[in-house]
Design a protein around this ligand. Structure first.
Ligand SMILES: [Zn+2]
Length: 124
């Protein structure tokens, strides 16, 4: 049985062009033998952002803590703890932390393999 806590799992800086103050941990994924999905935990520090990017797979995102914005396909909206965001494949997206003091924390689900069969980056 795999049980991990997001508050106890070490995080690494997100290493992508355009990122600022974002950290990630793969909570469960390919490295754990999961055949289909990877669940990642992200934090973005106040004033920080994830890279503005798109890819050929979707994200399902759940905001655990904090406030920020999501830019999706040219539209920007505020997000807060408890919100769920669906990011369809091939739509440009970016998360920002607009809160003061506390960062934004969210879980993000991805397939472990892309449509072409390659390993999804950050899927563990
Ligand atoms: Zn993405």
């Amino acid at each position: 049985m795999l049980v991990r806590n997001i508050y106890d799992t070490p995080m690494k800086p997100v290493d992508m062009p355009g990122v600022k103050g974002a950290m990630m941990a793969v909570m469960v994924g390919r490295g754990d033998g999961a055949p289909n999905f990877a669940l990642r935990h992200f934090t973005v520090a106040p004033g920080g952002n994830t890279p503005r990017h798109s890819h050929d797979y979707e994200h399902e995102v759940f905001v655990v803590e904090g406030t920020g914005t999501v830019m999706l396909d040219g539209e920007e909206r505020p997000i807060k703890a408890g919100d769920v965001i669906y990011v369809p494949a091939d739509k440009e997206h970016q998360f920002r932390c607009t809160g003061r003091g506390v960062g934004i924390r969210f879980l993000c689900l991805v397939p472990v393999s892309r449509n072409c069969g390659e390993v999804t980056p950050g899927s563990g």
